[in-house]
Design a protein around this ligand. Structure first.
Ligand SMILES: [Zn+2]
Length: 272
């Protein structure tokens, strides 16, 4: 029996994708770092720059991490685009969308000095036109504002649903289920904003989740982009005529009859 695995022969992947770049991310990044986990942080360059704030209905003022601090705060984690100014895109023209996406990517890359290849859509609106614009701007995936509520990898990387919104009541049970599932290439990606942890008093639950995940050696703690790239490479593995061939340019991992197999680019393995 052949089973696809994640890097280093792991069976599960875990990622946290948080939006808006708010000040609670500072505490959250510390939490991830303490447990050796990786986050994907989706930022709006325009709002970070202008010092935009808004008042949550609970009375809290939601603030963004200022431009001068973000590079240090997010070291070691993925930076992705969340559009330049977090607009409602429902009445936007193609030019508006390209400007919002292209400028956010450009300025974030300049500020961080690294590649920004992921996108998470602001609010809920998403369309075929937006998919075309996301691709045109060179993004490799787009996370939309929907949850799959299961442990499968989304089929469409440009309409990528996160696994679970962290404000769901069954959050802890969902993660426990993930750690126990035997699904091939199981994935748990939690989605939200770190200010929700203050508002909903979720810090303790999140810390417990980080601890569980870090204690499980079967979990690949990764960024969204690393995950997408590995999955694309995995789609270039050819399994036929009793052979597995790695036609990608990265190492791929499989389990064959209970044994972990690492296949280098171009390498073939004949099933015995
Ligand atoms: Zn947002």
């Amino acid at each position: 029996m052949i089973r696809k695995l994640y890097p280093e022969g792991r069976r599960k992947a875990f990622n946290i994708s948080y939006d808006d770049g708010v000040i609670q991310d500072i505490r959250f990044v510390e939490l991830l770092n303490r447990y050796g986990l990786k986050g994907t942080f989706n930022l709006n360059y325009g709002l970070m720059r202008s010092g935009f704030t808004w008042d949550h209905e609970c009375g809290m003022t939601v603030r963004r991490i200022p431009e001068e601090q973000v590079v240090a705060v997010y070291q070691g984690h993925e930076i992705a685009s969340h559009s330049y100014s977090h607009p409602y895109f429902d009445i936007a023209t193609e030019t508006d969308i390209l400007k919002e996406l292209g400028s956010d990517k450009f300025f974030l890359e300049r500020l961080f000095g690294r590649e920004v290849a992921g996108y998470a859509t602001p609010f809920y609106y998403y369309s075929d036109l937006m998919v075309a614009c996301v691709r045109h701007c060179g993004f490799e995936y787009a996370r939309i504002s929907e949850e799959s509520n299961d442990y499968s990898v989304p089929q469409d990387f440009y309409r990528w649903r996160g696994s679970k919104f962290h404000w769901d009541e069954d959050l802890a049970d969902f993660v426990r289920g993930f750690l126990e599932t035997d699904e091939e290439l199981a994935l748990c990606q939690l989605v939200g904003h770190s200010y929700d942890l203050d508002v909903m008093n979720l810090w303790e639950t999140m810390e417990q989740i980080c601890r569980w995940v870090s204690e499980n050696s079967d979990v690949w703690a990764t960024t969204h982009l690393e995950l997408v790239r590995y999955l694309r490479s995995m789609s270039l593995a050819r399994l036929e005529n009793g052979k597995i061939t790695n036609e990608s340019s990265t190492a791929l991992w499989f389990e064959v009859d209970g044994k972990v197999l690492k296949l280098m680019p171009g390498e073939k393995f004949t099933l015995g």
